[in-house]
Ligand binder design. Structure first.
Ligand code: RB5
Length: 157
């Protein structure tokens, strides 16, 4: 793990993770997996299992991505839906909820998603790992997709 002032750590290799209480265990598994791939993981919790509202955690992660501090964000709740909805309220965020690896790849290739949401009560650990791997390995294709992504941005108030 690099020091806080390690200049080799940039937003291009930093990923923020957050969840609500429903997904703490899966979030910790994913954090360890991603860190093992060389990403700088910023796990903003929560650390303890008390019930906690997913909008707070989705927004906190989304702000780290929207500010440029983190390249990607991965958020989790029971279904992945609520925390995805909250993240998408932050300007500049394109977060998709995925329960399959194909969708996770496509939201990077076609939608230039900068955040991924996963439902810990929907998918098992092995599938969640595949989903995250597909998301992180895929590259935005640009071209006609860039025009469409720009149109999404134009909808932001
Ligand atoms: C919490 O019980 C649950 O509502 C939450 O984790 C999530 O599924 C909401 O979308």
């Amino acid at each position: 793990m690099g020091k806080p002032d390690d200049l080799t750590v940039t937003s291009s290799n930093r990923i923020v993770l957050s969840s609500d209480h429903a997904a703490i265990q899966l979030r910790q598994v994913l954090a360890a997996h991603i860190a093992g791939q060389g990403w700088e993981v910023v796990d903003i919790g929560p650390a303890t299992p008390e019930s906690t509202p997913y909008p707070e955690h989705g927004a906190a992660a989304a702000r780290r991505v929207a500010s440029g501090d983190c390249r990607f964000g991965i958020v989790l709740c029971g279904t992945g839906q609520g925390i995805m909805m909250a993240a998408n309220k932050v300007t500049g965020i394109r977060c998709g909820v995925c329960a399959d690896a194909f969708s996770a790849r496509m939201i990077r290739q076609h939608n230039d998603a900068n955040m991924l949401s996963v439902g810990a009560r929907v998918v098992g650990e092995g599938l969640a790992l595949d989903i995250v791997d597909a998301f992180l390995a895929a590259k935005f294709e640009g071209g006609r997709h860039a025009t469409r992504v720009a149109m999404i941005g134009a909808l932001e108030g």
